[in-house]
Ligand binder design. Sequence first.
Ligand SMILES: *[C@@H]1O[C@H](CO)[C@@H](O)[C@H](O)[C@H]1NC(C)=O
Ligand SMILES: *[C@@H]1O[C@H](CO)[C@@H](O)[C@H](O)[C@H]1NC(C)=O
Ligand SMILES: *[C@@H]1O[C@H](CO)[C@@H](O)[C@H](O)[C@H]1NC(C)=O
Ligand SMILES: *[C@@H]1O[C@H](CO)[C@@H](O)[C@H](O)[C@H]1NC(C)=O
Ligand SMILES: *[C@@H]1O[C@H](CO)[C@@H](O)[C@H](O)[C@H]1NC(C)=O
Ligand SMILES: *[C@@H]1O[C@H](CO)[C@@H](O)[C@H](O)[C@H]1NC(C)=O
Ligand SMILES: *[C@@H]1O[C@H](CO)[C@@H](O)[C@H](O)[C@H]1NC(C)=O
Ligand SMILES: *[C@@H]1O[C@H](CO)[C@@H](O)[C@H](O)[C@H]1NC(C)=O
Ligand SMILES: *[C@@H]1O[C@H](CO)[C@@H](O)[C@H](O)[C@H]1NC(C)=O
Ligand SMILES: *[C@@H]1O[C@H](CO)[C@@H](O)[C@H](O)[C@H]1NC(C)=O
Ligand SMILES: *[C@@H]1O[C@H](CO)[C@@H](O)[C@H](O)[C@H]1NC(C)=O
Ligand SMILES: *[C@@H]1O[C@H](CO)[C@@H](O)[C@H](O)[C@H]1NC(C)=O
Length: 428
Amino acid sequence: MQFKSTVTAALLAASGVLAQSNDTSIPSSCTISSGATATAQADLDKYSGCKTLVGNLTIGGTSLTSGALAGVEELQGSLVINNATNLGSFHADSLKKIENSLSLQMLYILTSASFGSLEEVDTIDFLTLPAISTFTTNLKHANIIRISDTALETVNAFTSLQEVAVFNINNNRGLTNLKSDLETVSQALEFSSNGNDANVTFDSLKWANNITLRDVDSASFASLSAVNASLGLINNTISSLDLSNLTSVGGSFAVISNDQLTEVDCSNLTTVGGGFVVANNTNLKQIDGFHKLSTVGGALVVTGNFTELDLSSLKSVKGGAQVDTSSGNFSCDALKSLQSKGAIAGDSFVCKNGATSTSIKLSSSSTSGSHTSTASSSGNNNAVSTSSGTSSSSSTTKSKSAKGAAAAEFAPAGSILGAFAAVAAALL
Ligand SMILES: *[C@@H]1O[C@H](CO)[C@@H](O)[C@H](O)[C@H]1NC(C)=O
Ligand SMILES: *[C@@H]1O[C@H](CO)[C@@H](O)[C@H](O)[C@H]1NC(C)=O
Ligand SMILES: *[C@@H]1O[C@H](CO)[C@@H](O)[C@H](O)[C@H]1NC(C)=O
Ligand SMILES: *[C@@H]1O[C@H](CO)[C@@H](O)[C@H](O)[C@H]1NC(C)=O
Ligand SMILES: *[C@@H]1O[C@H](CO)[C@@H](O)[C@H](O)[C@H]1NC(C)=O
Ligand SMILES: *[C@@H]1O[C@H](CO)[C@@H](O)[C@H](O)[C@H]1NC(C)=O
Ligand SMILES: *[C@@H]1O[C@H](CO)[C@@H](O)[C@H](O)[C@H]1NC(C)=O
Ligand SMILES: *[C@@H]1O[C@H](CO)[C@@H](O)[C@H](O)[C@H]1NC(C)=O
Ligand SMILES: *[C@@H]1O[C@H](CO)[C@@H](O)[C@H](O)[C@H]1NC(C)=O
Ligand SMILES: *[C@@H]1O[C@H](CO)[C@@H](O)[C@H](O)[C@H]1NC(C)=O
Ligand SMILES: *[C@@H]1O[C@H](CO)[C@@H](O)[C@H](O)[C@H]1NC(C)=O
Ligand SMILES: *[C@@H]1O[C@H](CO)[C@@H](O)[C@H](O)[C@H]1NC(C)=O
């Protein structure tokens, strides 16, 4: 009895201490009422005695021209500054941690945002900051970074960050250089539609779940050894691409419409889990940087104006193949031989060069006519059919030569273009 009541007393005492400590550590004056919007400096000054501030701090309105959040070291909530139309600068230099988001949106005259002590935040979301020129943090931990439609010319606020889930930098027209020390990106890395001739350097990056680059003039990924999902480089002005440390891509590999690309080095790449697409890179003549590529889990699509395609280690393509060059100086022999060995498992196989005049028709089944694809229409009298399966190579027949020189046209099928379109759509 005596013992029991002592325990009860101790529990009561403990809960009393707890309640008291709650009260003293975060006074109610340091709790932001939900739905409130701070529109004047006085609204922010109310919190200057709060080391920890609880709730979402939303700042807006037209009266603030410069704003400062002083004293607060931790915000247990989000800091949102949205459409504060006259806000020219904002400072929160004591703030070390924001539990949820730091979101700056539609701040048309904001030129500087300073979060000099900020080490930890879940999400940074910047959208439409057309005047911003400086943004500082001391960020060490973040989950999501999205910087879109800002006037930032450099993004050096993240130099101490090593791991993020999302790093998405898009439509920042003045941003022409990005040097990042990121080591891993567990969801998606995207850099697109920023300044013309932007140069990006991700030399510490070891792996990323997926990577998309667009409108970039040069890209460096010296340490990149794996992409878990997809890698897409689309519409860049990159002239040479060195991904020589890359050994595997779990999803699709796509290098599309990079007009100035003359060289791709993926000399250690052995596995692509999805489709392999190297398309429309008009100046890429020698596709000779893939000599270790052994397996492709989807379709193989290589189009452009190339004279050489070295896939000498290729053993297995789970999908079909579409290889199409406008150069007449390319031989389909190696691919045909792969296909006849059964290494290309998909239903469809097309290999064609610029001297298209002879067509080779794979299997001719009675239904093939109705599946005739228009994709290969290059004005030639191509015999086109949908091959019905693995027996296709044995049923190859040569059709009449239409215009002379040597070229091979195998049956393209909707599935190939479908696979290609799917890859493209996923990345576009
Ligand atoms: C103290 O904080 C804890 C956890 O945040 C909470 O569960 C508890 O109800 C609080 N106590 C008082 C008296 O506010
Ligand atoms: C803060 O905003 C988020 C959504 O943005 C909401 O889920 C959360 O409940 C808010 N917190 C408070 C204390 O109002
Ligand atoms: C932004 O603020 C201005 C001025 O206060 C207002 O007229 C406008 O409707 C606001 N825009 C949005 C999208 O909230
Ligand atoms: C990007 O690098 C190339 C050389 O690799 C250089 O010519 C170009 O000026 C650089 N672009 C910028 C914006 O610095
Ligand atoms: C991505 O691949 C790397 C290297 O194989 C691995 O260490 C990492 O855990 C993978 N990440 C995800 C998100 O699957
Ligand atoms: C990134 O990869 C995942 C698969 O792991 C995929 O579901 C997602 O759509 C991809 N995101 C982007 C932006 O490509
Ligand atoms: C390339 O990968 C190897 C082994 O994974 C590593 O030792 C080497 O440092 C990497 N190269 C670069 C430039 O990171
Ligand atoms: C490439 O970029 C140009 C201009 O930026 C755009 O017009 C074109 O549609 C883009 N092409 C692809 C394939 O995204
Ligand atoms: C990449 O291949 C080169 C030779 O082609 C080799 O020296 C190097 O060690 C390889 N790197 C990795 C990471 O496998
Ligand atoms: C490649 O170029 C051809 C011809 O210009 C065009 O029809 C096709 O859409 C392009 N493919 C991609 C993925 O841009
Ligand atoms: C292909 O490249 C050759 C030069 O190597 C050039 O003469 C020809 O116009 C190019 N064709 C296309 C369709 O780009
Ligand atoms: C055709 O290929 C041969 C040998 O690969 C090369 O010497 C020649 O220059 C090529 N011709 C054209 C027009 O690319």
